[in-house]
Design a protein around this ligand. Sequence first.
Ligand code: FES
Length: 154
Amino acid sequence: MSDRYRLTTVERVREAGSWLFTIRDRYDAREEAILVPCDAGVGAWVNRCTHQPQRLDTGRGATIRDGEIVCPRHGSTFDACSGACDHGEAAGTRLRPIEVTVDDGVVYLTDDDVQYLSDGGLSAGNDGDDGDDDDGDSESDDDGGPSSTSHISF
Ligand code: FES
């Protein structure tokens, strides 16, 4: 019994170029995902490059060129349908897929491992739980330890 959640329409994804939404993954972490137009209808991917943790759609729409998603950081290109990268730093990798189903022009989230949270990205009004404010990118060397100072005088 797999539930399906109505995300948007294929037409809207084509018009917008890409469509950003937020999910909760199987590890209970919030993730961004994108829908992108492709020959088979739409591709659905976790919104993160495989080379480094770079968002493909930074909130202004992903760059799509000749059916490929272009990473804004180093320019690797990912096939919008297969998620495969054959050019750039991420060559040989594949974007993490999200399972969606298109039915009569409507795109449904049908991935049992993830749960829809909101339209848009993590910073776009997703105020679900905000207990995790630490992005962890600060290299603080807290001096909470007892013996971090020593004064030597002569
Ligand atoms: S972060 Fe995407 S190619 Fe380097």
